[in-house]
Ligand binder design. Structure first.
Ligand SMILES: Nc1nc2c(ncn2[C@H]2C[C@H](O)[C@@H](COP(=O)(O)OP(=O)(O)OP(=O)(O)O)O2)c(=O)[nH]1
Length: 200
């Protein structure tokens, strides 16, 4: 059985649209503590994403040792700053204004763990530049996006009306949505091809 160790509706949708059959178990890891630990050890936003993706998969694998568990995490870096998912619409407004007219990076890490053993991992980065949008444009996008953007690390959803806020986007689409799907599918073909077969 394939398990996704993530509460992300976006990740679930990406795997489902790829035709994968999987269970979802939310990993119980204290993300902020792990993040502080990685940063204190001199790590950067990419290291944080990889560490969290590994911990999430390992936490679920401990309860499902026979299954292949997918762990994933995405961090957003704006220069040396690490930004997080907005807790409210007000925080989303502040975050978008903070990203406005600047270039930020999204780092998406993905891991495969079975019986507590890390079988494979990958980390991809995308670079996104936001326009100098007006407050009216920002509010129009927030109105159209609704509360879904609260679950998104950058307070936007590239596949939605948020695209109006962008100048340029460089990198893999799936990486931006939070799951490097192409390397993940290649790894599954290599490690557990039976999990890609349609299941009766
Ligand atoms: N639909 C969509 N989601 C995005 C976009 N950019 C980022 N995200 C989402 C994907 C992830 O759900 C979230 C990144 O936060 P995390 O990696 O911490 O995952 P999350 O807390 O959602 O779930 P998890 O910690 O894995 O249980 O942001 C986007 O452009 N579109």
């Amino acid at each position: 059985m394939l398990i996704l160790a993530s509460a992300s509706a976006t990740r679930k949708a990406l795997l489902a649209k790829a035709g994968l059959r999987f269970a979802t178990h939310v990993a119980n890891v204290y993300e902020r503590a792990l993040e502080s630990e990685a940063l204190a050890a001199g790590g950067d936003a990419r290291d944080v994403a990889l560490l969290l993706a590994r911990h999430k998969a390992a936490a679920v694998s401990a309860h499902h040792p026979a299954d292949v568990v997918i762990g994933a995490d995405q961090t957003l870096s704006l220069g040396p700053e690490l930004l997080h998912k907005p807790g409210s619409r007000a925080e989303a407004i502040a975050q978008l204004d903070h990203l406005r007219g600047k270039t930020h990076r999204l780092h998406a890490a993905v891991t495969l763990v079975r019986d507590g053993v890390l079988l494979w991992s990958d980390m991809q980065t995308a670079e996104l530049t936001m326009r100098e949008f007006s407050a009216a444009e920002r509010d129009q996008v927030l109105e159209l996006e609704g509360n879904d953007i609260l679950g998104s690390v950058g307070s936007y959803r590239l596949e939605g009306p948020s695209i109006r806020l962008f100048e340029t986007v460089t990198g893999d689409y799936f990486t931006i949505l939070g799951l490097p799907l192409l390397p993940l599918l290649a790894a599954l073909r290599d490690i557990a091809p039976e999990l890609l077969e349609p299941q009766d």
